[in-house]
Design a protein around this ligand. Sequence first.
Ligand SMILES: NC(=O)c1ccc[n+]([C@@H]2O[C@H](COP(=O)([O-])OP(=O)(O)OC[C@H]3O[C@@H](n4cnc5c(N)ncnc54)[C@H](OP(=O)(O)O)[C@@H]3O)[C@@H](O)[C@H]2O)c1
Length: 293
Amino acid sequence: MPRDLTDRVIVITGASSGIGAATALACAKEGMDLVLNARRPDRLQAVADEIRCIGRRAELVLGDVTRPGMSAQLLDAAERHFGHFNAVFANAGYGIRRAVAELDERDLREIFEVNFFAANDLLREAARRLIGAHRPGHLLMCSSSVARFTLPEYGAYCATKAAQAHVCRAMRMELKPFHIEVSSVHPITTTTEFVEVARRRSGLPPREPDIIHQVPKPFIQSPRRVARAVVSCLRRPRAEVWTSLTVRCLCGAVTAFPWLQDLLFARRIANRPPGSSPPPGSTDQLLTRNTRD
Ligand SMILES: NC(=O)c1ccc[n+]([C@@H]2O[C@H](COP(=O)([O-])OP(=O)(O)OC[C@H]3O[C@@H](n4cnc5c(N)ncnc54)[C@H](OP(=O)(O)O)[C@@H]3O)[C@@H](O)[C@H]2O)c1
């Protein structure tokens, strides 16, 4: 029997845009109340307003997920306003686009702080509270399909996503006796602010060509597609949420035959003319559209 999500409470980080915002709205439509986090107050407030229009409650906790005590603050907010929480979705994250040899240690540590350590911190704090209160719960983390293969120039980002997936697998087995579900979410290329943020954070000029722009259109999805998959997992918990069977199978193939990955990606990087623009009709525009499109 799928779970009825009405009146359940979920905490979502990175809810001001993209996958986090779409998931927040999808959860509200299922009857859930929410605690939302991100750093941009105007964008987070806009998501909260939409949730209230749907008729559900949304409490905001503004700030950087890496701030000490942020996880406790988010869960405290859920307990204070709603009396408890049933689920958390550690979704806040970003990419950096730079060859591994060109990365400096500060960039590497910073991306792990946000994507890996902060997400872990939230899941661990939530697990401790649920165990202490003898309550079941569901912990989700937004990993990626790149947890299972690697994009050139996104090595650091892919490493954070692979690390997230491993932690989720371990926690899933460890928390089973406590009736706490753990799921990792593995979206494929999604039309969010991701590429633009990665470009900015990497100090690249506007419209710099990106290997992600070469992703064929069938492998690009909307944040709403991911949100539906997350809601479906909340209703029927499962270990991993994949939004493309084809990509999931390709991940298996490149694990077995790593040269396949080189064939798929390395040549595309090598053949790209320096400073060239994405070809007309490329996925560039799709990839820079925001959630509400
Ligand atoms: N787009 C894709 O192709 C794709 C594919 C697979 C997985 N993912 C994963 O999906 C997740 C969401 O990304 P997205 O694609 O939806 O991109 P996005 O539109 O850029 O959303 C990222 C969200 O994370 C928040 N965030 C970033 N750094 C933060 C920090 N230090 N503290 C608090 N919030 C922070 C941002 O909010 P503020 O800027 O307001 O803080 C924003 O709400 C990420 O974990 C990403 O790795 C994305």
